[in-house]
Every structure is written in structure tokens, then in C-alpha cells.
Design a protein around this ligand. Structure first.
Ligand code: CA
Length: 333
């Protein structure tokens, strides 16, 4: 099993509470972790924080709450089973509090824990440190982004949308020559200059996170690189069974729950997703599901021709870059 940690998105709500996307942190190379309470330290921008996680025997890190934590009543639960257990327990709770000192696992920190991370606006570096006597010190790094609740987000698929091939990118991370769609770096850079945030979404597994990040960072076209943004991946540990059944053949089914989770970070009636880029019809289905307007959905083919949904004529990233002010009007922020 591979190690990796996924980028994280944090949104500060208008009432000052913080919500984060799930912390997917996997120490896959630690063979067997026998000690039950192995602690994971968290560093942000090279500073140690007071926030810690625990490590499961499978190598996945999690936060632990007891039932007094209000978060237990929200959606942020480790899995459905716990939710169902809790329902049963609600009645029993009335009888005796002491019976239920059970701990609950979650991939989400509480708002107070997020506050303790001391994030600065925009991109921050987060580092997860595991110290064991058998395997020494192991670290995993990723980015954690603090964005305002009124952010306008442009989602981009990675394989086939930034890279030319849907498959090749998965197998060969970096091959020489022309492995990307021309003009993508310029277009995305221009979009961010208009005030939008870019979010990269891939159905790659978490074990490929550092490889995929390097790969996106290494992309340079005409001296332009891709703008920074969270790289959100397939939380394979969580959805494994579901994935086996349906997602393998229908990748948009994976994107919908992942994007829905992100949407839930924002105030209820807001529409944080402004536009979406993909290379498959199913990307369009997922983006539509997330309320992205039809003509803000862009599907690129293997010949780098871009179809703006609702239109018949195909365009290109270069042509879109020329029209960026019209499609992505300037946001004051
Ligand atoms: Ca794709």
C-alpha cells in the first residue's frame, strides 16, 4: 500500500466557523502498527501545532472525538455505520451518559482544531509526522488552502484535460515532449488573474498524490506554469467497496460525492463552482450535478478541441484564453 496525503480545502464561514474537506493521510509504508494510540503530529508552515491525529492499523490517520463533540451530530462521520449506531444511542443517552464514552473516528477536524492550525489566507504547507520506534520518523506533506466563503471556483480534471491522454498520464507520470494540451497553463493563469480559484480534481488514488503534484508542478508551457490550487483525489480508502462496484466504469460517480463534500463547506445557498473543465461527457454530468451552468462547462477532446456545452462550434484553450474576460468576468475581492 502506498503512502500519501491529499490537499485540503478550508472555508471560513460568515459566522467565523471553519470547515475543512476531509484529511486523507495514509502512512502506507509503516508495515504493522501495533501500538493502538500512535499519534500523528501536524505542522503547518513548518510550525508545530497543538492538533494531532491518530493512526489506524491500516495506516490511515483520523481525528478522534467522544460523543460530547457536536460534530458527531453532523455529517462529518467516519462512516454510515457510526451514524446509525448513534441514532440508536440517542435514545439510550437520555438514560445514562456514562455508558457511552465511546470514541468516534473522523477525517474532519473541528472548527476549533482548524483555528489552531493558524492558517494564512491561500496556500499553506501541512506536514504530518509519525514517530515510531520501529520505522523511525516518517513525514507526509501536502497543501492546505484557506479560501473565503464567497470564492468562485473553477474545477479542472487532470488526466485527459490537462494532459493529453486519459490513460497515459496515469501510467507514465512524466514523459518527454508534448504530453499536455497546448495553452492550458496560460488559460488557467488568466482565469486566476480574474479572481477565480482553480481546483484540480483527479480520480487518481491517494498513493499517487506526490507524483501527481510533481507532475502538475513540472508543467511549463511558454514559460507559464499552472496556478496553484488544491489537488483533490480519490479517497480510495473510504469508497473502496463502492468503487469496485460502480465507480471503475463511471468515474463521474466518484467526482460527485467528492465535489458534494466540497460544496458543503460553503454557505448553504451559495454556488461556489463557477466553471468546470473535463475530457469526458461524464465530467459534464458531474459538473451539471453541482449546478455549474451549462455554458461554463468545457470538454476537451484528444485533438485539443474544446466544446463549450450548449454550443456547437469547438474552440481551444488558446481561443478561450483570448476571451477570458468575457467568460470569466473580473471578481472584486
Ligand atoms: Ca479525465
Amino acid at each position: 500500500m502506498f503512502s500519501g496525503s491529499m490537499d485540503i480545502l478550508v472555508i471560513e464561514s460568515p459566522n467565523g466557523l471553519y470547515k475543512s474537506s476531509s484529511f486523507h493521510v495514509r502512512f502506507g509504508s509503516l508495515k504493522v502498527i501495533k501500538s493502538k494510540e500512535q499519534e500523528i503530529e501536524i505542522f503547518v508552515n513548518s510550525k508545530k501545532t497543538n492538533v494531532t491525529m491518530k493512526l489506524s492499523s491500516s495506516g490511515d490517520a483520523y481525528f478522534q472525538y467522544d460523543e460530547s463533540c457536536p460534530q458527531i451530530n453532523q455529517q462529518n462521520l467516519y462512516d454510515k455505520e457510526i451514524k446509525e449506531n448513534l441514532k440508536e444511542k440517542d435514545d439510550l443517552l437520555k438514560n445514562d451518559y456514562n455508558l457511552f464514552k465511546k470514541k468516534y473516528k473522523s477525517f474532519f477536524p473541528s472548527s476549533n482544531q482548524i483555528k489552531e492550525l493558524n492558517l494564512k489566507p491561500g496556500q499553506n504547507e501541512i506536514c504530518f509526522v509519525c514517530r515510531t520506534s520501529s520505522s523511525g520518523i516518517q513525514t507526509l506533506k501536502s497543501s492546505i488552502y484557506l479560501w473565503p466563503h464567497n470564492s468562485k471556483i473553477v474545477i479542472s480534471d487532470v488526466d485527459g484535460t490537462i494532459t493529453r491522454s486519459d490513460v497515459l498520464g496515469q501510467v507514465l507520470p512524466i514523459i518527454g515532449g508534448d504530453w499536455t494540451h497546448e495553452g492550458v497553463a496560460e488559460l488557467f493563469t488568466k482565469i486566476t488573474k480574474q479572481g477565480y480559484k482553480i481546483l484540480y480534481l483527479t480520480s487518481r488514488a491517494i498513493g499517487q498524490s506526490s507524483m501527481t503534484k510533481k507532475y502538475l508542478d513540472s508543467l511549463i508551457q511558454e514559460k507559464k506554469s499552472l496556478p496553484p490550487g488544491p489537488l483533490i483525489m480519490s479517497p480510495d480508502g473510504v469508497f473502496t467497496s463502492l468503487k469496485r462496484e460502480v465507480i471503475e466504469r463511471k468515474p463521474h460517480l466518484l467526482k460527485i460525492p467528492v465535489l458534494s463534500e466540497l460544496k458543503n463547506l460553503f454557505p448553504q445557498d451559495s454556488k461556489p463552482f463557477y466553471a468546470g473543465f473535463g475530457n469526458r461527457e461524464t465530467d459534464g454530468v458531474a459538473y451539471r450535478y453541482l449546478d455549474i451552468p451549462l455554458n461554463n462547462i468545457f470538454i476537451i477532446d484528444t485533438s485539443s478541441r474544446v466544446l463549450r456545452l450548449g454550443e456547437t462550434q469547438k474552440s481551444s484553450y488558446k481561443l478561450l484564453a483570448d476571451k477570458v474576460e468575457e467568460i470569466f468576468p473580473l471578481i472584486d475581492n
